[in-house]
Structures are given as structure tokens and as C-alpha cells.
Design a protein around this ligand. Structure first.
Ligand code: PXP
Length: 248
């Protein structure tokens, strides 16, 4: 991988969503992960939710055994998830907020409010060799708190930026993009590695991919949706091409 290349993490949660709609074994998220890997993904992301609505414990076992690229294990800050992560020791753990009633991860984690608890929560994960990432909004307070608790990575939530784009609210979109750019530089200057993701599409990926401080994008729902129309391999390849072109 070229030094300046932006990493692409492909989130395969929604392959499991389709599988679970029928309760069987098809389509297999591991097969999708291997295809994404061959198509240019630098990592695979999977979110084991408390309610197991898409990815299951067995999927995590199978992904750990099958992948040649790193697994980014997304999880809520619960004891159960900590135990699972410590058993698998994935390359990376991304701590996300989770509410049962939400359709997807709606906002960033309020690290500032839970600073003490989260500092204790991530310490054993770091000790086990996992790179701990915290999913947060582009907010200086949250970045400072993530830094203080000892996270190595933050992932900036791009959901609001993508929603504004989809709704045609371009002034709001551009303001959000500006905040993401400014906060990625701020976090990088503190020594944090900066990732970004949520809601990114072919139309919205390039401005974020162009941020020099961002090292990784995690993209799922759009790619799995696009795969219905053109196949997963072309979808991942096109995302990769757009990211590389934006990076120059
Ligand atoms: N990053 C994080 C932390 C997420 O929780 C998600 C959604 O699971 C993503 C990235 C990917 O978002 P999307 O599926 O909208 O591309």
C-alpha cells in the first residue's frame, strides 16, 4: 500500500441483515468479506450489536478465522462485548454508542460524559493489543476526552454530512464538512489516528477522502446496496478508485 493511501474498511453488517431476513445461512457475510478483500478493501468492519440483529457471534468467529486483512470489531461499551473482544483480540476495536430502538448508530459516543468509565473500559482492550477507536462527532470536547482516556484512534461520524447532502441542504452539509476537516486536523495534532465513516456513498466520499489527516474510511450500507445493482466487487473497486482519485 502506498504511504499516503487511504485505507478502506468495508462493513459487511448488511449482508447479515439480508441473510437474517430468512433466518438461513445465505448470503454469507464471510464470503462477502473475502470478495471485498480481493476487490481492494484494506480491512473488514463488523458490528456485533447487543440484539444480534445482523452480525452474530458465529460470524465473528468465522471472520476471525477467514480474513487475511484486519478485522475492525465495532461494539458498544458493555461487559459482554468486552469479554468477546478479549477472547478474539481483533486488530481493532471501535467503541460505538448503541440504542436498541435505533435503526443504525445515530450519533457519536459521549466520551466526555463517561470519561472515567470508558478509560477503565478500554484499558484491558489496549493491553490485549487491540487498537482502540472511539466513534465520535466532530466536536473538540469529545476529541479531547477520547485523547485523555487513552484511545489511539478516533472515527469521526460522517452521518450528518451525508444526510444533509441527501436532503439537498448544501449549506449545512458544507458547514459539517468544514467541522469534520477542522476536527480531523485537531485530532491528528493531538497524536490521534483519524478515521471517518457512516453513510458515505459514491457522491459523498471524495471530499472526506481528500482530508490529509484521515487514514481510514469505513463504509458499509451503500456498498452492500450498490452490490445489488452492479455486484460487490465493482462497487468496492469504484469506491477505492474514487478515494484514491480524491487523495491525488
Ligand atoms: N463506522 C461506524 C463506527 C459505524 O457504526 C458504521 C455503521 O455500522 C459505519 C462506519 C458504516 O456506516 P454505513 O454502513 O452507513 O456506511
Amino acid at each position: 500500500m502506498a504511504k499516503n493511501q487511504l485505507r478502506l474498511g468495508v462493513n459487511i453488517d448488511h449482508v447479515a441483515t439480508v441473510r437474517n431476513a430468512r433466518g438461513g445461512a445465505y448470503p454469507d457475510p464471510v464470503r462477502a468479506a473475502k470478495l471485498a478483500e480481493e476487490a481492494g478493501a484494506d480491512g473488514i468492519t463488523a458490528h456485533l450489536r447487543e440484539d444480534r440483529r445482523h452480525i452474530t457471534d458465529a460470524d465473528i468467529d468465522a471472520l476471525m478465522a477467514a480474513l487475511s486483512v484486519p478485522l475492525n470489531f465495532e461494539m458498544a461499551a458493555t461487559e459482554e462485548m468486552q469479554r468477546i473482544a478479549l477472547r478474539h483480540r481483533p486488530h481493532a476495536v471501535c467503541i460505538v454508542p448503541e440504542k436498541r430502538e435505533e435503526r443504525t448508530t445515530e450519533g457519536g459516543l459521549d466520551v466526555a460524559r463517561e470519561e472515567n468509565r470508558l478509560a477503565h473500559f478500554i484499558a484491558p482492550l489496549r493491553d490485549a493489543g487491540c487498537r482502540v477507536s472511539i466513534f465520535i462527532a466532530a466536536d473538540r470536547r469529545q476529541i479531547d476526552a477520547a485523547h485523555r482516556i487513552g484511545a489511539e484512534v478516533i472515527e469521526l461520524h460522517t452521518g450528518a454530512y451525508c444526510d444533509y447532502h441527501a436532503e439537498g441542504r448544501f449549506e449545512d452539509r458544507d458547514r459539517e464538512l468544514e467541522a469534520l476537516l477542522e476536527m480531523s486536523a485537531y485530532a491528528h495534532a493531538l497524536g490521534l489516528e483519524v478515521h471517518a465513516g457512516h453513510g458515505l456513498t459514491f457522491d459523498t466520499v471524495q471530499p472526506v477522502a481528500a482530508f490529509p489527516e484521515v487514514k481510514e474510511l469505513n463504509i458499509g450500507h451503500f456498498l452492500i446496496g450498490e452490490a445489488i445493482f452492479c455486484g460487490l466487487t465493482p462497487a468496492v473497486q469504484e469506491m477505492r478508485r474514487l478515494m484514491d482519485a480524491a487523495r491525488g
